[in-house]
Design a protein around this ligand. Structure first.
Ligand SMILES: Cc1ncc(COP(=O)(O)O)c(C=O)c1O
Length: 397
C-alpha cells in the first residue's frame, strides 16, 4: 500500500502547538517534535469508531493494550518483557517525573547527557534534584566526509560523576544528537551505573524511528542485571504521531522499583489514560508496521534532501549524522551568532522556526539549530530555501 506523506495539511488554526504558537502568520514551523502527517488510516478508523459510540466517561484500559506492546517489542526489537512489568502513564515526561520522585530525595544528583532534550532539565529541576551534566563528546564520523560529525558518550566523565549520583536519564535513541546507541556503548554505561548504584531511566520514545539500516537496542534488553536497574519509557506517540493523545508506558522489571513508580504515578494521577490514547497505540502496534516503515523511508529521504541542500547552498553549516529520530542537529557556529538569536531572527525575518541549540545545552560558544524533518518534502525545501536566503543576507551585512 502507498501512503501519502507529501500532502501539505493546513494545521494553523487547529489549536496546534507546532503551528499556532508562532505568533506570526506564514511561519513554517520545523521545531517541536511532532509530524505534519495524518496518522495511519487504521488508527483514524479505530478512533472514529470510538467517537461514534458518543460516550466518553472514565476509561478502563484493557490488558490487551499491554499485550500489543509486548508483541511489538518482541517483533520489532527482539525484547521480551512481561505484561505485568508495564505501567500506564499520560506521557513520558509525567512518567519520568514520577520515577524521579520515586527514586530521589530533593537535592539528589541526576545525570543527563547534553546536548539533550530540554524537558529533562525542567523536569529534574521541578523535582528539586540537582542536574549533573555528562556531556556527549563531539567526534568526526569514522570514514565520513570532511565535516561530518556525530557524538559518543564520555565514559570516564560518567564514571566520575556516577560516584555520587542517584539516577541517569538516558535518551535512547538520543534527541537531538541523533545517535542510536550500540549495545557495547549501552553495556559500558550500564556497568558504570550498576557499579555506583545509579538507577537508569531510559527514555526510548524515539526507538521506532530508526533510519533504515540502523537498529534500536533497548537498554533493559541487555540482561537481567540491566533490567533490574532500569525503567524504560515507551510510547507510540512519536513514531505514529499521537502525542496529543497522551499515552505512554513505563516498563520496569524490578518489582520494588515498579511499585514505587506506580505509587508516584497514582499520587499525582498521572497514570490514568484516556480511551483514545490506548486505542490508537494498540492499533499502531498491531496493524501499522507497514505505515511506519514507509514513514521511515520518507524521513530518510528528507534527511538526504537536507544534506544535499546544505552541501549545495548552506555550506557554512554542518549536520550531525542521523541514525534515529527525525530531528536534524545542525551546527551553525560559523555564522557567528548565538543560537537563540539566529532562531529568533529566522522566525521573524525568514519565517521559519527551528529550535535553538541553547535549550538543549549546546557546547559553550557554539550555535546549533534542531530541525524537525517530519514534514512534506516541499515544506522542508521551502524552509531551507528561506534559511539560505536569510544566511546570504546575514553574510552581506
Ligand atoms: C526524548 C523525548 N522524551 C520525551 C518527550 C515527550 O514525551 P511526552 O509527550 O510523552 O511527555 C519528547 C518529545 O519530544 C522527547 O523528544
Amino acid at each position: 500500500m502507498n501512503y501519502d506523506f507529501d500532502t501539505i495539511i493546513a494545521r494553523r488554526g487547529t489549536d496546534c502547538e507546532k503551528w499556532d504558537l508562532p505568533a506570526e502568520d506564514g511561519v513554517l514551523p520545523l521545531w517541536v517534535a511532532d509530524m505534519d502527517f495524518r496518522a495511519a488510516p487504521a488508527i483514524v478508523d479505530a478512533l472514529r469508531r470510538r467517537v461514534d459510540e458518543g460516550v466518553f466517561g472514565y476509561a478502563l484500559p484493557p490488558s490487551s493494550w499491554h499485550e500489543s506492546l509486548v508483541r511489538w517489542l518482541v517483533r520489532r526489537h527482539g525484547w521480551k518483557v512481561e505484561p505485568d512489568s508495564i505501567l500506564d502513564a499520560t506521557g513520558v515526561i509525567p512518567a519520568l517525573a514520577a520515577t524521579i520522585r520515586a527514586i530521589c530525595e530533593p537535592g539528589d544528583k541526576v545525570i543527563i547527557q547534553p546536548p539533550v532534550y530540554n524537558c529533562f532539565y525542567s523536569i529534574i529541576h521541578a523535582q528539586d534534584c540537582e542536574i549533573v551534566e555528562n556531556r556527549l563528546r563531539r567526534i568526526p564520523v569514522p570514514d565520513g566526509a570532511e565535516g561530518d560529525f556525530t557524538y559518543e558518550i564520555d565514559l570516564e566523565d560518567l564514571e566520575r560523576k556516577a560516584a555520587d549520583a542517584k539516577l541517569l536519564v538516558l535518551s535512547n535513541p538520543h534527541n537531538p544528537a541523533g545517535r542510536a546507541w550500540r549495545a557495547d556503548e549501552l553495556r559500558r554505561v550500564g556497568d558504570i551505573c550498576r557499579r555506583h548504584g545509579v538507577f537508569v531511566a531510559s527514555d526510548e520514545i524515539h526507538a521506532d524511528l530508526q533510519i533504515p539500516g540502523s537498529r534500536h537496542v533497548p537498554f533493559a534488553s541487555l540482561g537481567r542485571d540491566f533490567a533490574q536497574n532500569a525503567a524504560t519509557f515507551w510510547s507510540a506517540s512519536k513514531a505514529f504521531n499521537l502525542a496529543g493523545l497522551q499515552c505512554a508506558a513505563v516498563i520496569c522489571a524490578n518489582d520494588a522499583l515498579r511499585a514505587s513508580i506506580r505509587h508516584a504515578l497514582r499520587a499525582n494521577r498521572t497514570g490514568e489514560l484516556n480511551p483514545f490514547g490506548f486505542i490508537a497505540s494498540k492499533v499502531a502496534w498491531d496493524e501499522c508496521a507497514p505505515w511506519l516503515d514507509a514513514l521511515r523511508a520518507y524521513l530518510h529521504d528528507n534527511d538526504s534532501a537536507l544534506r544535499s541542500f546544505v552541501r549545495d547552498r548552506l555550506s557554512a553549516l554542518q549536520v550531525a549524522r542521523l541514525e534515529a529520530t527525525y530531528l536534524a542537529w545542525v551546527d551553525a557556529t560559523p555564522l557567528g551568532v548565538p543560537s537563540a538569536e539566529i532562531a529568533r531572527r529566522l522566525e521573524h525575518e525568514a519565517k521559519v522556526k527551528f529550535s535553538p541549540g541553547a535549550i538543549y545545552g549546546e557546547e559553550k560558544g557554539a550555535a546549533y539549530l534542531r530541525i524537525n524533518l517530519a514534514c512534506p518534502r516541499a515544506t522542508l525545501l521551502e524552509a531551507l530555501g528561506r534559511t539560505a536566503r536569510f544566511i546570504k543576507g546575514l553574510k552581506r551585512k
